[in-house]
Design a protein around this ligand. Structure first.
Ligand code: UFG
Length: 333
């Protein structure tokens, strides 16, 4: 199939692009490189463009004529979304509207959307399933929910348009062959911060909140390996190609780890007893987010391969060391 991938130079998008290439699909990446990296696009053509540039977007779709669109391009930091909500409504909701209008004008009928567990807010029942009340507690989750709602309404109005919305839990780890991984200028995610602290790039890891109503007082998340998440996108593509109806699926393993447990595993995998400091809560963080993941297994026939926190940390660690060595050799040359 021909797949148009927004945000394909970013962390998750680039892994999916690689998986699409390995599965024999033709890919065009559309990315403004605001957080993505040109070098992360290991398959297909990269068009450097912004979703706000409606003329370029329309012309690019017209030129490529894709069978399906995967939409990753977005701002993704919960804390930042609380401080700068309009950035999130602009980048995540308004830009998704631009894309959907362009997709509709081009007559493309298959769409896969990067949604988030943040649409649930603080779910009263954990593991949370797809039928749970949607009540985001931060602008990030709300901005993604707006797009979910647009997709729902568009599919209801237009029988030729079908979508799969994938609600990601905490995506982590790196390509098992270390060809790709997370590479942001200012990483905020727990595992990346922990490993960069182990490398001495950050002086210490801050643990945001130790007074949550969880067994050890720190937040619990469902960490899913990036390769398993990439697989879910290929499964969703196959599902839509087989005529599957529009749907929403959680992407997680169905078990959670606390921040303290992740820190302990990061210390074990790196062999480095890096400094950790308990600080106050970060605004917008729910206490516990764990996926009920029966639906994606049943409907998309998704199968996990790497439900193993140690493997997640090991692949991320191999990538971080590779990245650090690259930076050192760049500085030396
Ligand atoms: N945390 C720390 N210290 C850090 C970074 C994070 O204690 O330096 C804590 C956070 O407070 C949170 C947990 O580690 O309790 C995980 O935080 P991340 O920033 O790694 O991830 P989030 O749970 O905030 O968000 C991620 C994605 C979202 C997605 C969400 C779904 O960024 O896109 O998972 O669970 F919606």
């Amino acid at each position: 199939m021909k797949v148009f991938v927004t945000g394909g130079a970013g962390y998750i998008g680039s892994h999916v692009v690689l998986a699409l290439g390995e599965a024999g699909h033709e890919v065009m990446v559309y990315d403004n490189l605001s957080t993505g990296n040109r070098g992360a696009v290991l398959h297909g053509e990269l068009v450097v463009g912004d979703l706000a540039d409606r003329a370029l977007l329309a012309a690019t779709l017209e030129r490529f004529r894709p069978d399906a669109v995967m939409h990753f391009a977005a701002s993704i930091e919960v804390g930042e979304s609380v401080r700068d909500p309009l950035k999130y409504y602009r980048n995540n909701s308004a830009n998704a509207l631009n894309l959907l209008e362009a997709v509709r004008a081009a007559g493309i009928g298959r769409f896969i959307f990067s949604s988030t567990a943040a649409v649930y807010g603080n779910p009263p029942v954990v593991p949370v399933d797809e039928e749970a009340t949607l009540a985001p507690i931060n602008p990030y989750g709300a901005s993604k929910l707006v797009t979910e709602r647009m997709l729902f309404d568009l599919a209801a109005a237009d029988g030729a348009f079908r979508y799969v919305s994938l609600r990601y839990f905490n995506v982590a780890g790196a390509d098992p062959q270390a060809r790709l991984g997370q590479d942001y200028a200012n990483p905020t995610h727990l595992i990346t911060r922990a490993l960069k602290t182990a490398l001495g790039i950050f002086p210490k890891l801050q643990v945001f909140g130790t007074d949550y109503p969880t067994p050890d007082g720190t937040c619990i998340r469902d960490y899913i390996h990036i390769a398993d998440l990439a697989r879910a996108h290929l499964d969703a593509l196959g599902y839509l190609a087989d005529g599957g109806a529009s749907t929403v699926c959680n992407c997680g393993y169905g078990r959670g780890f606390s921040v303290n447990e992740v820190v302990a595993m990061a210390r074990q995998v790196t062999g480095i007893d890096f400094p950790v400091e308990a600080v106050g809560r970060r605004e917008g963080d729910p206490a516990e987010l764990v996926a009920a993941s029966d639906k994606i297994r049943r409907l998309l026939n998704w199968r996990q391969q790497h439900d193993d926190l140690e493997f997640i940390l090991k692949t991320a660690w191999a990538w971080e060391k590779k990245l650090a060595a690259k930076r050192v050799s760049e500085l030396a040359s």
